[in-house]
Design a protein around this ligand. Structure first.
Ligand SMILES: O=C(O)CCC(=O)C(=O)O
Length: 262
C-alpha cells in the first residue's frame, strides 16, 4: 500500500488526491529539456500529429515551445516520458486505486505556454473516451513547473465523480447546482502530483504569466478494460500510434494482460 487509509478514503470521497513528490529535480529538469527539444523540432521521434499548437498566440511568441498547447502519446514514442509513466512512486498509488493489473491508455503533456496558455474547460475524462468499458480511468497529473492559480493549475469539483457521467448540454446546470461543491484549485510544486478519478470534473485556467506551466497527465486503465475500437480512421490512427488495425496494444504497466481486453 502506497496510500494511507485516510488518503484512499479522501480519493473515494472527493474523487481527487493531492499527493507528494514523485519526480526528483533531476528528472523534472530532464523532462523539461526533452519537452523543449520535441516542441522545438530538435528531435523528430514524436510524429507531428501528436503536437498541437495553441489556436492563437501572440505574434511575437518565440521560441516555438511557447506556442504549443499539448503533446500526446509521448510515453509511446519517448523513453524519458515512458520511464516517468512506469515510476513505482506513481504506479504503486495507481495499484491502490485500480488494482494490480494496469495499463496506460495515453498521456497528455499539457504545455500551458507562458502568455499564450488557454483555458481547458470543465470536463470529465472517462466520458470523453467512450470506446472503453467500464469507464473508470485514473489519472496522475504531474507538475513539471510550479502550478499555481495564476498560471492555470488544476481545479477540481470535489465529489463530482459520485454523480456519474454528465453530458455536455447539462454540464453548466450541474456545476451551478447548489448541492455541488465549490471548485477547489490544486496548486503543486514541480515534481509533485495529484490523482483524479475519471468522472471527476476539472478544468485549468489560462496562463497570462511569464512562467510556463507544463503538466503531464498520465491516464491509466485496469487491464480488464474492454476496448471497443474507433471507427473513424484518423482518430484510430492517433489513438493507436499510427499502427495498422489490430496491431496496437495499450502499454502494459504492471500485472497481467487479458485476451480480448486493452
Ligand atoms: O493540464 C491541463 O491543462 C488539463 C489537464 C486535464 O484536463 C487532464 O489531465 O485531464
Amino acid at each position: 500500500m502506497a496510500l494511507t487509509t485516510d488518503q484512499k478514503a479522501f480519493f473515494q470521497e472527493y474523487g481527487y488526491l493531492p499527493y507528494t513528490r514523485v519526480l526528483s529535480d533531476e528528472e523534472v529538469a530532464a523532462l523539461r529539456q526533452r519537452s523543449e527539444d520535441i516542441a522545438e523540432g530538435r528531435t523528430t521521434h514524436v510524429p507531428s500529429r501528436y503536437i498541437q499548437l495553441e489556436a492563437a498566440f501572440r505574434a511575437d511568441a518565440a521560441p516555438r515551445i511557447d506556442t504549443v498547447r499539448k503533446m500526446t502519446q509521448l510515453c509511446y514514442f519517448d523513453d524519458l516520458f515512458q520511464a516517468a509513466a512506469k515510476k513505482p512512486e506513481i504506479v504503486d498509488v495507481i495499484e491502490d486505486l485500480l488494482g494490480p493489473n494496469i495499463k496506460l491508455y495515453t498521456d497528455q503533456l499539457m504545455m500551458k505556454p507562458r502568455y499564450n496558455g488557454t483555458v481547458t474547460d470543465w470536463h470529465q475524462d472517462s466520458p470523453a473516451w467512450p470506446f472503453f468499458v467500464p469507464q473508470d480511468h485514473v489519472t496522475c497529473w504531474v507538475a513539471l513547473d510550479d502550478a499555481t492559480v495564476e498560471n492555470g493549475c488544476m481545479t477540481v469539483i470535489p465529489g463530482s465523480h459520485k454523480w456519474g457521467p454528465v453530458t455536455r448540454e447539462y454540464k453548466q446546470r450541474f456545476i451551478d447546482d447548489p448541492e455541488i461543491a465549490k471548485p477547489t484549485p490544486v496548486e503543486l510544486k514541480a515534481g509533485h502530483c495529484m490523482f483524479h478519478h475519471g468522472l471527476n470534473f476539472h478544468r485549468t485556467g489560462a496562463n497570462p504569466t511569464p512562467n510556463r506551466r507544463r503538466g503531464l497527465a498520465l491516464h491509466y486503465l485496469h487491464a480488464e478494460t474492454k476496448y471497443l475500437g474507433i471507427a473513424d480512421e484518423e482518430s484510430r490512427l492517433r489513438t493507436e500510434c499510427e499502427m495498422p488495425r489490430g496491431k496496437f496494444r495499450f502499454m502494459p504497466i504492471r500485472g497481467k494482460e487479458f485476451p480480448g481486453r486493452v
